[in-house]
Unconditional design. Structure first.
Length: 234
């Protein structure tokens, strides 16, 4: 009998990020008197910093990139941090708690603690995503890296999923004026251009060993689990 499996993109939440997520979520289980927008801004910025570290800084260090390549990585990381801080402040800092409570409820769905394995930000993905992701899984198992173009396409799909589920869906839970919508669109465009610069100038030009390192690093975010195990992520 075939065991039914479920698939999640799951990113480790370090202690500082985990504590801030728990703080923001638990605030709305009571009746907070003060506006909680700044707490959400802090949470979003911590999320952004963790993702920049995982997708840019960590694999670059593992693959031992050249100083020139690291300049591209550092520029993208700096741009992403600045844009996230600017956009999150504009979107959330002055929101009323009624709107923020909806976001807290959503973040509660994303945040999970797994006994013996730490805290995660996680969301389910379908079979089509898993099929697209398969070359990274194969590379992790065999050590045979995908080519740079394939790796870049997978990175684009993966970061797109994370952007949509972690950063963009919460913006759909609040009312956006024309001005804030424009700020959001410009921010998204800036981050995408910076990431594409990394992919075009760095990732596509990696050698086989470096591509294998990147593939192994990224493949860890996809968790394939049984129905019982999926309850930990849901």
């Amino acid at each position: 009998m075939t065991t039914e499996t479920f698939h999640y993109v799951a990113m480790n939440a370090p202690e500082k990020l985990a504590r801030q997520a728990e703080k923001f979520i638990s605030t709305f289980e009571g009746n907070p008197k003060g506006a909680q927008g700044p707490e959400l801004v802090t949470l979003i910025n911590l999320l952004s910093a963790e993702l920049v570290s995982y997708f840019l800084t960590e694999p670059a260090a593992l693959a031992q990139l050249t100083p020139v390549q690291m300049k591209v990585i550092d520029f993208c990381a700096s741009t992403s941090a600045k844009v996230c801080s600017m956009v999150s402040n504009k979107l959330y800092k002055k929101r009323d708690n009624k709107e923020l409570a909806r976001i807290a409820s959503y973040i509660k769905q994303l945040y999970t603690q797994i006994d013996g394995d730490g805290s995660y930000i996680a969301f389910p993905v379908g079979k089509e995503f898993v099929a697209m992701f398969q070359p990274l899984i194969d590379a992790n198992e065999t050590g045979n890296a995908p080519d740079g173009e394939t790796l870049v396409n997978i990175i684009d799909e993966l970061t797109g999923e994370i952007m949509d589920k972690v950063f963009l869906h919460p913006t759909e839970l609040v009312k956006l004026s024309m001005v804030t919508k424009k700020v959001l669109d410009v921010g998204i465009d800036s981050c995408e251009k910076a990431l594409h610069a990394v992919n075009d100038k760095v990732v596509k030009k990696l050698n086989g060993e470096q591509l294998a390192t990147y593939a192994c690093h990224y493949s860890a975010v996809l968790k394939t689990v049984t129905k019982e195990e999926a309850l930990q992520y849901a």
